[in-house]
Unconditional design. Structure first.
Length: 209
């Protein structure tokens, strides 16, 4: 089964508490989403391979290490996943960015695809899929299936809040995908929203209702 990391870092938990607060406005919410994604990205990229290099410092030669040519792609699930992109790119600015558009049918709560554009060399890249909320797991699972169909072989999922139902669904659908989340909440309500969650992440990022 997929490896699951639920972060307990104090800075992530502090920012997550403010993120959840109903009084947190759009601008601060947007900044916090990016900051949390930035902190989470450290752990999600921990296994990047390194190579030995010699660096000329002002005082002499230093035997150092650099990331060894692993190419990355970041693929947010529209629209809420867009809020996490800058936080990741601040750490890995050379990463290419794809986009997958899915929306949840209000009647069935099932994801419906409307857009998919990824780098042509996706099969050569390590891919990090971004979506703040892992609720039913349907959108994440479908997005990863789409990426695999386009040739992606090494995929990770990075979210902020997960429901147990969504976490299990994603693990069952893609046991080869490592999952990183900042919190595992209680459950889904009858409308498939995470409880206690933070409401609709897309609406809070973009100031819509």
């Amino acid at each position: 089964m997929a490896n699951v990391t639920i972060f307990d870092h104090p800075l992530i938990q502090h920012k997550l508490a403010i993120l959840r607060d109903v009084k947190t406005g759009t601008n601060q919410f947007r900044s916090l989403i990016s900051e949390i994604a930035n902190l989470m990205c450290y752990e999600a990229t921990r296994d990047l391979p390194l190579e030995n290099v010699d660096v000329q410092t002002p005082m002499g030669i230093c035997h150092a290490k650099m990331v060894k040519g692993r190419k990355l792609a970041v693929v947010p699930i529209l629209r809420a996943g867009l809020g996490m992109v800058d936080g990741v790119l601040n750490l890995v600015p050379a990463a290419k960015v794809g986009h997958i558009g899915l929306y949840r049918d209000p009647e069935t709560a099932q994801p419906v695809e409307y857009y998919c554009k990824v780098p042509a060399d996706i099969d050569e890249r390590e891919v990090i899929v971004l979506d703040p909320m892992l609720a039913t797991g349907g959108s994440a699972a479908d997005a990863i299936t789409m990426l695999k169909e386009k040739g992606a072989k090494c995929i990770k999922f990075m979210g902020i809040i997960a429901a147990p139902e969504g976490l299990k669904a994603l693990q069952d659908a893609h046991p080869d995908v490592d999952i990183y989340c900042a919190a595992l909440d209680d459950c889904l309500n009858d409308h498939k929203y995470i409880i206690p969650g933070l409401g609709d992440a897309g609406d809070r990022i973009f100031g819509t209702k």
